[in-house]
Each structure stands twice: as C-alpha cells, then as structure tokens.
Write a protein of this length. Sequence first.
Lengths: 195, 210
Amino acid sequence: MDFGKLFELVVSSSLVNNYVFTMFLGLCIFFGVTKKMETSIGMSITFTTVMMISAALSWIVYKFIMVPLNIEFLLIIVFIGIVAGLVQGSDTVMRKLAPDLYNKLGIYLALISTNCIILAVPLQSVGNKYNFIETIAFAFGSGLGFSLAMIIMASIREKLELADVPVPFRGLPMAFVITGLIALAFTGFSGLITL
Amino acid sequence: MSAAGEEQISYWELIRNGILKENTIFRLALSLCPAIAVTNNLKNGFFMGVAVVVVQVMVNLTISAMRNFIHPRIRLPIFMLVISGWVTIVNLVMDAAVPDVYKDVGLYIQLIVAFASILARAEMFASKNSVTPSVFDGIGMGTGFFIALMIISFFREVVGKGQVWGIPIIDAKPLLILILPAGGFFAVGILMAAFNWMYAKYFSSGGHSH
C-alpha cells in the first residue's frame, strides 16, 4: 500500500476539502453543538469513530453485495439504512457494555444519524472508486476535518458570549458570518494537494 | 403552531406557516447544507429547490396515506425508507433531465435523505393528519425552502457575478467573494439577520422565541 497516497488523502479530506468549510455539509450539527467546547469535543470523538466504521461497512456492502447483484441504483436507501442501523446498534451495545461512555457520548450518537457528512463520505468514496484502505483514510480525514472545524468554532463562540452583537445578528447569523471568515482562511489550503 | 383554531386551520394558513413562520432555513435553521452549497447561481438553486419541494410533498402524501398502517414503534425506519425512496426517484430523474445542473448539485440531491426538515414534517405533521392538509403542509414547507434558496442564490449571483440565470445584468466589477464558498456563509448570515429584523418588525405577534 502506498503510504504517501494515504497521507495525501487524509490531508486533502481534512484541510483542503474540509467538509464544513468547502463542501458545507454537516452544518446543522456544526452550529448545534459548537456553543460549548465540551460538547464539541465529545461530538468529535463520537463522530470520527462512527464515520470510519460506517464508511468501512458501506464499502463492504457495496463491493460484495450491491455490485454483484447490480443494484447500485439503491445506493441511497442502502447507505442510509446502514448508517441508521449502525447508530442504533452502537447505541444499544454501548448502553449495555459501557454505560459510563454512554452517559458521556450517547446523546451525540442519536444526533449523528441526521448528519449529512456521515452519508456523504460513503457516497463519495464509492463515487471516487476508493479501495478499502483509502476509504478508511478518507473517512478518518473527513472526521478529523470536522473535529477541527468544531473545535475552532467552539473556542470562538465561547468568546462571542461576551461580545456586543447587533440584535438581528444575535445567535446564528453571527455564527454564520464567523464561519465565513474561517472558511476564507481555509481557502488558503486550496491547491495544496491535487488528487 | 398557535393553540387557537388548530382544528380549522386553513390550507392557506398551512402554506403561509411554511413560508414565513417556520421557514426552514431562515427561522428554524435546519437543512442549511444545500442552502449554501448550491446557491452560487440561480439555476442550481432553482433545481435544488424544486427537488426539495417534490420530495417534501410526495413524502407527506405517502406517509399521511399510510399513517394508519404504520406501527408507532417502527415509524422512523419506515419514514426513512419512504424518504430515501422518493429521493432516489428524484435523483435519477434529475440525472436524466438536467445533467449539467446535476453535475454540480448531484451530491446534495442525494443528501436530501438526511434533511432534518423533511423527517420532522413527516413525524410532526403527516403522520397525524389526513392526506389533503399534509400535501398543503408539504407545499408550504417546500415552498418556504424554495423561496429561501431563490433569495440566497439570486443575491449571490447578482452581487458575486453580476448575472441572473447566466445573463449579465450589471456592468460593473462584481464582488467575487460572494460566489466563493466563504461568501455563502456571509450571504446566509446577512440574509438571516435581515429576515429576523423583518420578522420582528412586521410579523411579530409574540409567541416565537429564537
């Protein structure tokens, strides 16, 4: 396996093609949990883990079940099923086996199934014809990028609590403008790696 | 929804509710991803909006028609199945009918599946009401989303490129930043603030908290 290629994939999916700042996915969760640093760190951990498992699982199902049966057009239905099933399953397993962890991260798990990134990663890895290892690297990079975005945003929004923002801009509109500024900074990464 | 007159809520009221009071993007701040991603020109925004309206109406229709047969405990998987079925149909139709637009917005059309707003309407409205009000609710919510997309993409295309639907109208140097990814966030932030301001000024009859 070409290690350099994998590294490129991780860097490009976390920085250059950051899901939040250049692809605009996962915004609902992004704006929802970044009010506090603690929640966004919890979300980052849960999210990256679930993302890697679901991408790997989807890849296996696609390669060994859907392609031989010629049912690629059912992509969306199958993948959303996998994600929802996985989230529900890990919710149950975690509650039984690791109640402590469940109390900390359980609520994020429920939120994840409505996240578009978790569905976009398998869809894109199929679209780009990645192999198994590349899919995992891609999922890891995307998770890393999303975590980075959430942590940056949370640290800014905690400070924002003290700022005097004009009334119509309070809350979300201001968060959007700030995200725009960060996105502008992330534009600097474009062209760093071309795949 | 207001407590008074819930039984006799008119169809017009349902549509108005979706467009103004519970506007998916500007008021509820749901399903924001495509609102920014595909709105760098009017054409993409238009087709994305149409896709969402169709999915929302058809999902509401299907679910309200089936609502007596769905066991409450397995309702969410069934809703997801219905939604992804309709999204698949719309996805395939768009791919065949408007391939040049599909190239840009294809991924986001597939991701309509994960729209919180569609699942939320299925759960909150369509599963409790009969077919006709559900369809109107779908039209209202879908149109609210559609209008929001049109406003954002119009704003971005005019200011960012000086064009409307690819036709140049302003003969001046455009503010390129608005069609960049970052500009999408600025545009939505500013428009959202404007919508808040307008709502507070003209439509506030109390009862909303945001």
